[in-house]
Design a binder for this molecule. Structure first.
Ligand code: SF4
Length: 348
């Protein structure tokens, strides 16, 4: 049976049925609609003002590739300029190939690219070194906890180096829904309260961040990359199978099979969440070591690096964190004998 005509242009045959609306579209009309929806998200959320220098967090994967491509298409409408900023976490057998994809994109799209490496920023620590330190050898379930915090800091540093005024990341609706579920499952009220909206406005001197693909489903991101013939890296990080996020992803897939709107419902639920005054996290202050926004004595990045440098990486995770904060209050000298490596704790 031939495909039905595209319900938008009525000229071409439909190439897909949009997963959520059921609308039958040809590839060209789907891409136009996808770009218009991202533009709508950016304009209605007032995410990127004219004149903004936008650092795109580029990983080489499908989401950041689609985001960079769509924003490049929208540059004339938005009046912004783009910079690609990639983070090299130091993950052997994974990141080098992903960075090669980012380099190809930068060359093809004639966009400036800056690569910042954990090893340079964080006193010699790479993710492979963190994994060895946290597990003794091989991989650890906490790798992604370290990596997520350090990547956020590294992207901020890279964006500042290129003079960016805003940071955008490629998180899609499925990513956001998984994050909401993970925060519920961990009972993390503070993160739930911060996770709504389209990003962060740039508190405490941090650059404003946003997620223009936050309402785009993973399936449509893949379809857009397919129809635009985008070159991206699709292998999974070697540490991903250990991540707690995988459980949230499996649960979300089952929820979506039973209720197709589950992903967007979860994304919107985070926007509408309001915490009772008694449950609100303390008003953030400044990290006593680097000055970044922190709800305790040390920001997350400094706390994790401190634990690593002391040879006690788990000290900075979960309940151990309290002890670390107490030890690291301003004016408390650190015992050099507890620092197992000569790596300096960086300041930002
Ligand atoms: Fe980092 Fe985990 Fe992502 Fe790998 S899967 S890049 S360790 S956050």
């Amino acid at each position: 049976m031939p495909a039905p005509p595209c319900t938008s242009c009525h000229a071409a045959r439909a190439a897909l049925r949009r997963p959520r609306s059921g609308q039958a579209l040809c590839g060209a009309c789907f891409c136009t609609a996808f770009e218009a929806e991202v533009l709508h998200t950016v304009l209605t959320g007032r995410l990127l003002p004219p004149g903004a220098v936008v650092a795109v967090g580029a990983s080489g994967g499908k989401d950041s590739t689609v985001l960079a491509h769509v924003l490049r298409e929208l540059v004339p409408r938005l009046g912004i300029s783009l910079q690609l900023v990639a983070v090299d976490e130091g993950i052997g057998g994974y990141r080098d190939a992903a960075l090669a994809a980012v380099r190809r994109q930068a060359a093809r799209w004639e966009l400036p690219l800056t690569v910042v490496a954990y090893e340079d920023l964080f006193g010699g620590w790479t993710m492979d070194a963190v994994a060895r330190s946290t597990a003794g050898s091989g991989r650890s379930r906490s790798c992604c906890t370290f990596c997520g915090v350090l990547r956020r800091r590294a992207l901020e540093e890279g964006a500042r180096r290129v003079g960016a005024t805003h940071i955008v990341t490629g998180h899609n609706a499925d990513d956001m829904a998984e994050t909401v579920l993970m925060n519920f499952l961990r009972g993390d009220a503070g993160r739930l309260a911060r996770g709504g909206g389209l990003g962060s406005p740039g508190e405490g001197g941090a650059l404003p961040r946003c997620r223009p693909l936050q309402f785009a489903s993973q399936k449509e991101v893949v379809l857009y990359a397919h129809f635009r013939r985008l070159d991206y890296f699709s292998e999974e990080c070697v540490y991903a199978p250990e991540a707690f996020r995988g459980h949230a992803r499996d649960l979300l897939k089952r929820l979506e099979a039973a209720r197709p709107s589950a992903v967007l419902d979860l994304v919107h639920s985070a926007e509408r969440l309001a915490l009772a005054a008694s449950a609100r996290p303390p008003r953030p202050g400044a990290c006593s070591r680097c000055g970044a926004l922190a709800s305790r004595a040390l920001c997350q990045a400094c706390a994790l690096l401190d634990g690593l440098n002391r040879g006690r990486p788990r000290l900075a995770i979960g309940k151990g964190r309290r002890g670390l904060d107490e030890e690291a209050t301003p004016g408390t000298p650190r015992d050099p004998a507890q620092t197992p490596t000569p790596k300096a704790v960086p300041t930002f």
